[in-house]
Design a protein around this ligand. Structure first.
Ligand SMILES: C[S@@+](CC[C@H](N)C(=O)[O-])C[C@H]1O[C@@H](n2cnc3c(N)ncnc32)[C@H](O)[C@@H]1O
Length: 478
């Protein structure tokens, strides 16, 4: 294979990267000369081409669409598995489906769309749960689960519905045995769970919404996809989701996608372990465009990391009470008000802060965080809580300082490292961000993939490791 630097030195290489980013939405590839270079080089060699400009002209031409599909297939990342992010499936069974069944009891319709479904475990997990838990209630209903993806090779695998053991790393053994048949070294989903699921190719940045005019989604899954797109693309896609969702319809996104400002026109339901979005029936623009875009840390925390030996926090980095004046704002009227946790001990206080932020009561959230900090300045959790408040208000420098305070007190504070990494990546401090995500990965490695992140169960070290890997993937190489 010719060395990659030759390809990236080609004057048409930047235009080709732009073509890839515009076609797929995967703007992170603009800074990934190595990834794009390898894929393009491979495709060009197959066709005996040597000029990037020539290859690009072909991609753009009427007969280039097949080749475009093959190039896109080289560039997409399809990491997925059954029952991924268990807390959301619990919410699916306990809250979302009962709500839709109740609301649609006259229509007798339940339509689900898994956008960016890769090789299919996500729509099939939904089908398994619906079949096993709601079969009787769904009798005679128009039940439909559509899985779409830009990568047609993933869709081919999805239609085969055969998976290796690795796809079951979060699936209870008895579920796998009951719902799948052993075929050689793979597991094949039984037909009973497949009949309501269909697959279709669809590009979220170029395609029609909905992908099929007969689909009227009550629930859209789009998990671990937005991380590859830029903010403007995410905003547009989420707005299109909102437009086609049934009234009060639901949207589930991955837990690395925490920019709350993207979800204008949705009510945010912050549960203990995950956040759900629901199309709100009031005006979509809750936030003025000129207001800072808040970022809400994910409400996943449960128990505190055991505190290390506590140094005295230097005065200069100690957040002053006046640093974040509590400006009380009336809570947004929502159909689904966040439920406060029962106890307000320990890190439940952190969750309470997040609940207040989710309800747009940032004055209350700030007061809670600051009171907690005043009581227990050597505890890293109130610093994390304060960072969430600052983030919500768009006070980036202060948020970063609070995260660094938390880490000063606990160098092993996984979630603070992760949040700091995201923040650094957003402000373009690539090297530092990479260091944060690598620290997350090495701390996760020490824990082992199945071990709940200290203080953040049920999020596992494996989940957080995958999220850090995605973030590292988005950053250009050093
Ligand atoms: C990491 S996988 C996520 C799979 C699944 N949603 C999950 O969370 O387990 C991301 C998927 O997004 C798809 N994707 C990327 N860009 C897309 C686009 N523009 N339109 C539709 N799908 C896209 C990729 O092909 C890939 O299958």
């Amino acid at each position: 294979m010719a060395p990659i630097p030759m390809l990236s030195a080609d004057p048409a290489f930047d235009a080709l990267k732009r073509w890839v980013a515009d076609t797929t939405g995967m703007s992170f590839l603009l800074s990934r000369d190595d990834t794009v270079g390898h894929a393009v080089q491979q495709r060009m060699q197959i066709h005996g081409l040597t000029s990037v400009a020539h290859y690009l002209r072909w991609l753009d031409s009427a007969d280039g669409s097949e080749e475009a599909q093959d190039l896109i297939a080289e560039l997409t990342i399809g990491e997925t598995y059954f029952f991924r992010f268990r807390a959301q499936w619990t919410a699916f069974v306990e809250r979302i489906i009962p709500d839709i069944l109740d609301r649609n009891r006259t229509l007798r319709r339940l339509h689900l769309w898994c956008a960016g479904c890769s090789s299919g475990p996500e729509p099939y997990t939904a089908a398994i749960l619906l079949q096993e838990q709601f079969q009787h209630r769904l009798e005679g209903w128009d039940l439909r689960i559509l899985g779409t993806d830009i990568n047609r090779q993933f869709l081919h695998l999805a239609r085969q519905a055969r998976y290796s053991d690795w796809a079951f790393r979060a699936t209870p053994d008895e579920v796998r045995t009951r719902c799948f048949t052993r075929v050689g070294r793979s597991w094949e989903l039984r037909p009973a769970y497949r009949q309501v699921v269909s697959f279709q190719q669809h590009n979220l940045v170029r395609g029609a919404f909905p992908p099929d005019p007969a689909l009227m989604p009550d629930l859209i899954f789009c998990r671990n996809v937005f991380i590859y797109f830029d903010g403007a693309t995410n905003r547009r896609v989420i707005r299109q989701f909102r437009d086609i969702l049934a009234d009060d319809g639901w949207l589930l996104v991955g837990h690395a996608e925490s920019d709350l400002s993207l979800f204008d026109g949705f009510d945010c339901l912050a549960l203990a372990d995950t956040t759900l979005y629901r199309k709100s029936t009031h005006a979509p623009e809750r936030r003025r465009r000129d207001q800072p875009r808040p970022v809400l840390a994910r409400p996943v925390l449960a128990r505190p990391v055991p505190p290390p030996a506590r140094p005295v926090l230097p005065k200069a980095v100690s957040p002053a009470r006046s640093a974040a004046p509590a400006v009380a704002r009336p809570p947004v009227q929502t159909g689904a008000e966040p439920t406060p946790p029962e106890s307000v001990d320990g890190t439940d206080r952190y969750r309470l802060v997040l609940h207040q932020l989710a309800a747009e009561a940032d004055g209350d959230a700030a007061r809670l965080a600051l009171d907690w900090l005043a009581e227990d300045q050597m505890n890293p959790w109130p610093h994390l809580a304060l960072a969430a408040v600052h983030s919500h208000r768009g006070e980036d420098d202060k948020a970063e300082r609070s995260l660094r305070d938390a880490l000063y007190l606990d160098r092993t504070f996984l979630l603070a490292h992760y949040e700091l990494g995201c923040r650094l990546a957003r402000r373009g401090a690539g090297d530092e961000a990479r260091r944060s995500f690598r620290t997350v990965q090495s701390l996760c490695l020490r824990l082992g993939p199945a071990v709940p992140v200290p203080g953040a169960a049920p999020l596992t070290a494996g989940d957080l490791d995958s999220a850090a890997a995605l973030q590292l993937n988005r950053l250009s190489p050093p």
